[in-house]
Design a protein around this ligand. Structure first.
Ligand SMILES: [Zn+2]
Ligand SMILES: [Zn+2]
Length: 253
């Protein structure tokens, strides 16, 4: 099993998960040509993608979904709430899944995890391929007991470290945006991500990467330091999925 990011941040997100002969893409916040170029960088042809899952309707996740999926004949799956919120974006043919039910896509088992975020019916995902579990968790305003339970025991984890609290407070955002980002339905700070990580069972963890970093309110160094402290590991071991280059393939074995 392996995972990679095409890019992560407020200007576009997409994640790949592969197991056996199955490739899943989560979210598409890029144009068709940008998505194709970023996939090529990772050695994936659009026709290899078995399904495009969507976490929620925010444009950095959903803006490119319908066009890319239609161009390449890829089925789109999301919650009924996300589908309703994205009808104007061309989600009529998206097939809804129940946010509390596991489902299979080829060789991968998909478990949606409901999360607190200011969208209609947002979820994040766990993927099981054989004995290994990969967790994707971004766009979350607060840490819930449900999240602590579900994301325990992952072998790979892509975890939001959106902002450093002081940088957000002192930074250029208007007060209303500061309140939204730092609020219970906004985004995870480095401290919140570290707190979640501290409480997870990490005995199987092979790969950990920070994601959805704000370019105004965080730095890769601060995110790495927070996660390294919580996981009790070297900062060099922690990856960062950034906006331009994403994250190269990480193999889980
Ligand atoms: Zn986002
Ligand atoms: Zn969002």
């Amino acid at each position: 099993m392996r995972f990679a990011s095409l890019g992560s941040g407020s200007r576009g997100n997409a994640t790949l998960i592969q197991s056996g002969s199955t490739t899943i893409m989560v979210d598409c916040g890029f144009s068709i040509s940008e998505t194709e170029a970023r996939l090529a960088r990772l050695g994936v042809a659009p026709g290899d993608i078995a399904a495009l899952l969507v976490t929620h309707e925010h444009s950095d996740h959903a803006s490119g979904v319908a066009r890319f999926a239609a161009r390449h004949g890829i089925p789109v799956r999301c919650t009924a709430g996300t589908r309703a919120a994205c009808l104007k974006l061309g989600f009529e043919s998206a097939e809804p899944f129940d946010s509390h039910m596991r489902f299979a896509v080829g060789d991968l088992e998909v478990t949606p995890v409901t999360v607190p975020h200011d969208a209609r019916e947002p979820v994040q995902f766990l993927f099981d391929g054989g004995p290994h579990r990969f967790g994707l968790l971004t766009d979350v305003g607060s840490v819930t007991p449900h999240m602590r339970r579900m994301f325990s025991g992952c072998a790979g984890l892509l975890l939001e470290c959106n902002h450093d609290r002081e940088m957000l407070e002192d930074g250029p955002y208007p007060p209303s945006l500061k309140e939204r980002v730092g609020g219970p339905l906004g985004h995870l700070s480095n401290v919140q991500a570290a707190d979640l990580l501290r409480s997870l069972d990490k005995q199987w963890l092979q790969h950990l990467a920070a994601a959805h970093l704000s370019d105004k309110n965080n730095t890769p160094e601060l995110a790495r330091a927070a996660l390294a402290e919580a996981a009790d590991c070297d900062e060099k071991w922690i990856g960062v999925a950034d906006q331009e280059t994403g994250l190269d393939w990480r193999e889980i074995s």
